[in-house]
Every structure is written in C-alpha cells, then in structure tokens.
Design a binder for this molecule. Structure first.
Ligand SMILES: [Zn+2]
Ligand SMILES: [Zn+2]
Length: 256
C-alpha cells in the first residue's frame, strides 16, 4: 500500500500546497480521498491519471474538499482519453445525494457520468460503515467537523491507513484509527480553530489511537511558520511526517 499526497493544503490558493487530495494505491487499485480544487490537474503532476480512480471517497462537502468534483464528473463524460468502462465507486456521507442534486440542478447533464459508470453509495454520517471492494476494505466513521464529515480507513493485505478529513478531537476517529499503520490527520492551524486540530491535539489523538506513524496535513499558511512537528511530538512518541505535495509514503516494502 502506498499513500500519495496530492494536496497538503486547504482552500487557500498557494504555489506550494494544493487543496486536499490523497491517493492510496492498494491491491492494484486507486482509492482517492477528497478532490479539492486543482487536484485533478495536480494528479497528473504526480503520476496519477484521474481515469484510474476506482473509489472516490469524500470526507465532507466543504469546497476545499470537493471543488474538483464538478470537473471530474464532467470529464468522465467528455474528456477525450477517458475510456474507463469499469464503474468507479463514489462514497460520501448520507446527504450527498441532496448535495449532488443541487449540482445537477445547476449543471444538468454536464455533471452526469455515462449510465452505470458511477456507483454511488451513501454512508452513515453518525456511525461506522464498512464497504468491501475485492481485496480492499473501506471503513468510515464520523468526525467532529460538520454533520456530514467522515474519516476513512483503507485496509488491504494486512495494512491499514486512516485519513481524518477535517475534524476536531474525535473519539470515533480514535476508534477507527486503532491498529492502523499510518494515520493522516488534519492539522489546520498552530492556533485553535474550532472544528480543526492543533498540532498538539493531533499528536494526542494519534497517541490515543496508538498508531506508529502520523502524517500531519491540511495546512493553512501559519503552519509553515512554526515547528508543528515538534509541537505534535510533545504529545506523540511515534514517527511524525509533515506532508508535502507529491510526497509518497509506502506502508509495506515490496507489495502495493
Ligand atoms: Zn471542512
Ligand atoms: Zn478543509
């Protein structure tokens, strides 16, 4: 299994940090977590083709996490070179169909993939859901951010990665992350903003989950002005990685 950080930033336009988007290669498939504005183009820069996406899992409906959903859906229908025949899965919290309905009202058929291509599944926004797709198991759990906010756990061949999406301190996220090999946590600002984690809070959450490795990501610009890794390390004894766009992190030697 491998994590590819496509966007380690937020909704703030930045030359160095793109909006949220994370690829997970596992069992020969591409699971993609969030699709912020500019992510489709950035995927190409980091060697990923949007037509490879087997599963698109959205953490919540804030624009910095779903901004490229409209161009993605448009491209599944009209991009030359998108020859995918096998359906892709779109996972999001219950409420997504309503959100998508608004997009359809605005854009009509321009955001409708060819019939049968998109397999949409709404997940429990208040509890856990498990989706089994061949050799990959995806579990979701609510986070403490909006009523539609989910974290995802991707498991395959004995490896597990958890992505928080946006969250404040969250017991359900701690539970979801227990036993995982890698935990990707949002760490939006070095100062407290309700609905988000500070570096020490991210460290504490990772320590509660007992994971060996923590990736901090989703940085507003102030995060690049202080040593957030040192701040998180005060609460977490394991390895801490500060995400950068284009970073690849392997969860297993040899196999992906
Ligand atoms: Zn958000
Ligand atoms: Zn966000």
């Amino acid at each position: 299994m491998e994590l590819i950080v496509v966007g380690s930033g937020t909704g703030v336009p930045s030359l160095t940090r793109g909006s949220p988007g994370y690829g997970v290669r596992a069992a020969g498939r591409l699971v993609f977590l969030d699709l912020g504005p500019g992510v489709l183009r950035a995927m190409g820069r980091y060697g990923l083709d949007f037509s490879e996406i087997d599963v698109l899992a959205l953490s919540h409906f804030h624009p910095d996490h779903v901004g490229d959903l409209v161009p993605f859906l448009f491209a599944t229908r009209y991009a030359l070179g998108y020859t995918r025949q096998e359906p892709f899965h779109l996972l999001a919290a219950r409420g997504f169909r309503q959100f998508y309905g608004h997009l359809q009202k605005a854009f009509g058929e321009w955001v409708e993939p060819p019939p049968g291509l998109m397999q949409l599944q709404e997940l429990d926004p208040a509890g856990t859901t498990e989706v089994v797709l061949g050799e990959i198991v995806i579990k979701s759990a609510p986070t403490n951010h909006t009523e539609h906010s989910l974290a995802y756990r991707v498991e395959s061949k004995g490896r597990a990665l958890v992505y928080s999406g946006d969250t404040d301190a969250s017991d359900s996220l701690v539970e979801l992350a227990k036993g995982a090999d890698l935990l990707v946590l949002e760490c939006a600002n070095p100062f407290k903003v309700p609905g988000h984690l500070t570096p020490p809070e991210a460290g504490r959450l990772a320590a509660q989950a007992g994971v060996p490795r923590l990736v901090l990501s989703h940085f507003y610009p102030p995060c690049d002005e202080v040593d957030i890794v040192a701040q998180a390390a005060a609460e977490f004894p394991g390895e801490i990685i500060k995400a950068e766009d284009g970073m690849r992190i392997s969860l297993s030697a040899g196999a992906t």
